[in-house]
Ligand binder design. Structure first.
Ligand code: SF4
Length: 83
């Protein structure tokens, strides 16, 4: 798994991972969590440097992604997407 800070963010015991190859630029994650996600110059999602948000809202934004491009882990366990 990449350690690129634009693709991986650790918040407490949770790790948010952006799977860039799955992003189709729907931007619903950015609409829900604009303090954590932004679109880059290639129109793919990335994590804002120093950005953060409440975990509930991050989970909402991950759930809004039509392709499951935002993964959330608690320790080693993937808690989203569920499959
Ligand atoms: S919602 Fe998903 S597909 Fe849309 S920009 Fe965010 S990560 Fe990409």
């Amino acid at each position: 798994m990449s350690d690129n800070p634009k693709l991986v963010k650790v918040i407490g015991k949770y790790k948010i991972v952006v799977v860039e190859s799955k992003c189709i630029a729907a931007a619903s994650c950015v609409a829900i969590a604009p303090t954590l996600f932004q679109m880059n110059e290639r129109n793919l999602v990335e994590i804002i440097e120093g950005g953060s948000d409440e975990l509930d809202n991050i989970m909402l934004s991950a759930q809004s992604c039509p392709t499951g491009a935002i993964e959330i882990y608690e320790g080693e366990n993937k808690v989203w997407p569920l499959v």
